[in-house]
Design a protein around this ligand. Structure first.
Ligand SMILES: Nc1ncnc2c1ncn2[C@@H]1O[C@H](COP(=O)(O)OP(=O)(O)OP(=O)(O)O)[C@@H](O)[C@H]1O
Ligand SMILES: [Mg+2]
Ligand SMILES: [Zn+2]
Length: 159
């Protein structure tokens, strides 16, 4: 009789980035932010959705994304904070965690997200960069500084 495996081992990555403690359900939006699509996957990416998490305030679940041979620039990390405010970014070098930081959601967001109001000045070909106040961190909710529109579907409006 076959035994049920207790554990499945996944190979560790030598160099790359682990994005851990992603809000459950947001892994695909993280991939979108990373710019991963069928035409440009040039390194191994592993995605785990809805695994149990013991961290406080997560509802018990998280997603995890691991990308080989890539480190993330500041703008990318700032975008991840907008959809997964509790994520941690671990940089793996030679199999070990060389650096780890929590993403940080600034009180004001400039230029990363567009306003969902088509009549907003920021959508009218004026040289006005979209700017938002963060009114709630988790779930992230933004309010446009120009038209007061509340933006909750942030991942659909990332620039
Ligand atoms: N070589 C590696 N390959 C793949 N994943 C790795 C590697 N080294 C660490 N990780 C993963 O990177 C993340 C951060 O590693 P760390 O050792 O800091 O985890 P931790 O002790 O569980 O920390 P936390 O409190 O953030 O959960 C974890 O998800 C861990 O599984
Ligand atoms: Mg952990
Ligand atoms: Zn607006």
């Amino acid at each position: 009789m076959m035994e049920t495996p207790r554990e499945i081992k996944v190979s560790p990555i030598r160099n790359g980035t682990v994005i851990d403690h992603i809000t459950a359900g947001q892994a695909l939006n993280v991939l979108k932010i990373l710019g991963v699509n069928e035409y440009n996957v040039d390194s191994t990416i592993s995605v785990v959705m809805r695994v149990s998490s013991k961290k406080e305030g997560t509802g018990g679940w998280k997603d995890v994304v691991k990308v080989e041979d890539r480190e993330l620039d500041t703008k990318t990390v700032d975008k991840i904070a907008l959809i997964a405010p509790n994520a941690t970014i671990a940089i793996i070098r030679d199999y070990f965690v060389a650096e780890k930081k929590k993403v940080n959601l600034a009180p004001t967001i400039s230029g990363l997200v567009r306003c969902s109001n088509p009549n907003c000045i920021t959508n009218r070909n004026e040289p006005v960069e979209p700017e938002f106040d963060v009114v709630s961190k988790d779930p992230p909710t933004l309010r446009c500084k120009y038209c007061d529109r509340m933006l909750s579907n942030i991942s659909d409006n990332l620039i």
